[in-house]
Design a protein around this ligand. Structure first.
Ligand code: FNR
Length: 355
C-alpha cells in the first residue's frame, strides 16, 4: 500500500516521500536574485523532512514578475545563488525543484504586505504588462498589451532559456506555472483569451501556447528529467476554464512528455466564488489522475498528516504540495512522520528529540 512516506520515482529522480513544499513567493529578491532569505527559508524545509522543495515562481523575464521583488531566472548571473540553494536542499536529503513563471497581466504589483496594489513606472512598476488579449485583470489593473506572434515566440524562448539555466543550477524538477491567472492561464481561459488568431478561440488554439512551451522545454531536457505543469483545474466561473478542459489538456500534456499535473484552481478573475475548505481542490487532482492517466499533485488546504496520507492511500494524487502549513511549520514532514508512523525520522543532529 502506497502511503505518504512511500518514496516516489519519476524518471531519474526519487523523492524520499510524497510531501512537497508548494511554490510560494517570498517577495524578497532584488533584481531577481536569490539571497540568504531564500537559502535559509528553502533549506529549512529540506531539513524539515520534505521530499521536494520548490522555489517560488521564478520569472522568466523581468516583465513577468508579479512584484519587483520576485525571484527571477532571466540572467545567467541568477544561476549561482540558486545553485547554492540547490546544493543545500540536496545535502539535506530533499529534491530541489523550480517553478518557472510569467505573470502576464497580473505583473507589476506591490508585495502583499505593502498592499498588493498595481505599481506604475513612477513607483517601481513597469508598462506595458502582457497578456493574451488587451483585457485587464480588474478595473484597478492596466490594460495589458496583447502579445503578437513575435512576442509569443519570445515567451517560448524565455521559458526555454529559463529551463536551461534551471538545469545548470542543479534543479531536478522543473514546473511550468500555467495556473492562478498568470500568462499561460490567460491564454487557456476563455475569460481572458479573446484572440481570433491560432492562439485563441477553440480549445486547441487556447492551449497552443502552453503546448508549445512544454514541447520546447521538453526538447532541451533529458527524457528522464521530471517536467511538471501547474494548472488551475477550473476558473470557478461559468463558461470559463473547467475540469473537463483540464482533463483534455492533461492528456495532451501527457503525450508531450509532461510527468505530473500539479492541480490547483482559480485566479483568472477577481470575483470567482471559490468554495475554500479542507482539500477543496483534491477532487480535481483525482479526476485528472484517473481520467487523463497521468500522475498528479494535490494542493490546497491540506494541513493534517492524516489528510495528506489519506489522499495518497486512496489514490487521489501521487504527491501532496503543502503551502501555508509549511510556512507555519518548516518541520511539518518530520511531525507527520512521527504522527503517522511513530518511528524515528529526522536529521541525526535532532535525534535526541525523538528518543
Ligand atoms: C502562494 N502560492 C503560489 N503558487 C504558485 O504556484 N506559485 C507561487 O509562487 C505562489 N506563491 C505563493 C505565496 C504565498 C505566500 C502563498 C500563501 C501562496 C499558492 C500556493 O503554492 C498554494 O497553492 C496555496 O497556498 C494553497 O495551498 P495551501 O497554502 O492551502 O497549502
Amino acid at each position: 500500500m502506497t502511503d505518504l512516506f512511500t518514496p516516489l520515482t519519476i524518471g531519474a529522480v526519487t523523492f524520499r516521500n510524497r510531501i512537497a513544499v508548494s511554490p510560494m513567493c517570498q517577495y524578497s529578491s532584488t533584481d531577481g536574485y536569490a539571497n540568504d532569505w531564500h537559502l535559509i527559508h528553502l533549506a529549512s524545509r529540506a531539513v524539515g523532512g520534505a521530499g521536494l522543495v520548490f522555489t517560488e515562481a521564478a520569472a522568466i523575464e523581468p516583465r513577468g514578475r508579479i512584484s519587483p521583488q520576485d525571484l527571477g531566472i532571466w540572467l545567467d548571473e541568477h544561476i549561482e545563488p540558486l545553485a547554492k540553494i540547490v546544493r543545500a536542499i540536496h545535502n539535506f536529503g530533499a529534491i530541489a525543484g523550480i517553478q518557472l513563471a510569467h505573470a502576464g497581466r497580473k505583473a507589476s504589483t506591490a508585495p502583499p504586505w505593502e498592499g498588493g496594489q498595481v505599481l506604475d513606472t513612477s513607483n517601481g512598476g513597469w508598462h506595458p504588462v502582457l497578456s493574451s488579449s488587451a483585457i485587464p485583470f480588474s478595473e484597478n489593473h492596466p490594460i495589458p498589451e496583447a502579445l503578437n506572434t513575435e512576442g509569443i515566440q519570445q515567451i517560448i524562448n524565455d521559458f526555454v532559456q529559463a529551463a536551461q539555466r534551471s538545469q545548470e543550477a542543479g534543479f531536478k524538477v522543473i514546473e511550468i506555472h500555467a495556473a492562478h491567472g498568470y500568462l499561460l492561464h490567460q491564454f487557456l481561459s476563455p475569460l481572458s483569451n479573446k484572440r481570433n488568431d491560432e492562439y485563441g478561440g477553440s480549445f486547441e488554439n487556447r492551449t497552443r501556447l502552453l503546448r508549445e512551451v512544454v514541447q520546447a522545454v521538453r526538447e532541451i531536457l533529458p527524457s528522464d528529467y521530471p517536467l511538471w505543469v501547474r494548472i488551475s483545474a477550473t476558473d470557478w466561473v461559468e463558461n470559463g476554464w473547467d475540469i473537463e478542459q483540464s482533463i483534455a489538456l492533461a492528456e495532451k500534456l501527457n503525450s508531450l512528455g509532461v510527468d505530473l499535473i500539479d492541480t490547483s484552481s482559480g485566479g483568472s478573475v477577481p470575483n470567482a466564488k471559490i468554495p475554500f475548505g479542507a482539500g477543496y481542490q483534491t477532487e480535481f487532482a483525482a479526476r485528472i489522475r484517473h481520467e487523463a492517466n497521468i500522475l498528479t499533485g494535490a494542493v490546497g488546504l491540506i494541513t493534517s498528516p492524516e489528510q495528506a496520507d489519506q489522499i495518497i492511500r486512496t489514490g487521489q494524487a501521487d504527491i501532496v504540495l503543502i503551502g501555508r502549513e509549511m510556512l507555519r511549520n518548516p518541520y511539518w514532514a518530520l511531525s507527520a512522520a512521527k504522527k503517522l508512523r511513530q518511528e524515528k525520522f529526522s536529521p541525526v543532529q535532532y535525534e535526541r528529540a525523538w528518543l
